[in-house]
Write a protein that binds this ligand. Structure first.
Ligand code: NI
Ligand code: MN
Length: 226
């Protein structure tokens, strides 16, 4: 599968014919000024929780592409009120099979409110099982023993984990999370966008090396094949 990074926690996964976008926060992100939101094509937009730094561009991209928004019931209802027609509501613990694979909504230890202050339901992560690879997109979360449940049910190939600290796990907790999920390959997210979450790239790579993990820090706009 092809993975393109758009900064903060926003990734586009190209899975077969399907384009699946996670947590779009692009236009307010100074680090992502090279990315034009209107150039992004997405069939599905998965939202981990309601915070601005995960949903800011979801409405525009969904309207541009007639995308389906997949999120918890509260977030999906909020987008329905904004005129988005293709919506799939879920909640923690549930799964759904979509054309690109099976999506399970899993627990995240975090908060969730929408940009206008509306209740955003519970924060979540996603495990996505496709014919090609299976991956865990953690969203914003603390380290939690709940992550140990994931490899009980899935053979995960890689995990996309927050490493920026302050609002989420830091690199040390993310390495423990990778152990809990039983993966050796981690794509980092949720770092550098704001002063609170700036990281030293060499330092986090050193921590990953000591933990025997491959840590991938993508450039914004970069596409990799996994
Ligand atoms: Ni958040
Ligand atoms: Mn966040």
């Amino acid at each position: 599968m092809k993975i393109t990074y758009y900064g903060q926690s926003c990734f586009l996964f190209e899975i077969g014919e399907n384009r699946v976008l996670f947590d779009p926060f692009i236009s307010p992100n100074e680090l992502a000024s090279s990315i034009n939101v209107d150039d992004i094509k997405a069939d599905y937009i998965l939202l981990s929780h309601g915070h601005q730094d995960h949903v800011h561009d979801a409405e525009q991209i969904a309207k541009n592409n007639n995308s389906t928004i997949v999120a918890n019931f509260e977030i999906v209802t909020w987008y329905g009120n904004k005129g988005i027609e293709k919506l799939h509501p879920m909640n923690t613990g549930g799964k759904v099979t979509l054309p690109f694979g099976t999506v399970k909504m899993v627990n995240a230890i975090h908060s969730s409110s929408l940009p206008d202050g509306s209740y955003g339901g519970s924060a979540a992560g996603f495990v996505v099982e496709t014919e090609d690879k299976t991956f865990y997109f953690a969203g914003d979360t603390a380290l939690t023993y709940d992550m140990k449940l994931i490899p009980e049910q899935f053979d995960v190939d890689f995990a996309v984990l927050p490493i920026g600290d302050n609002f989420t796990m830091d690199i040390h907790d993310a390495m423990l999370a990778a152990d809990f999920v039983q993966v050796d390959k981690v794509i980092g997210m949720h770092y550098d966008t704001f002063p609170y979450i700036q990281i030293d790239h060499e330092e986090v790579q050193e921590v990953a090396k000591m933990a025997d993990k491959e840590l991938i820090l993508m450039e914004i706009g970069q596409t990799i094949n996994l």
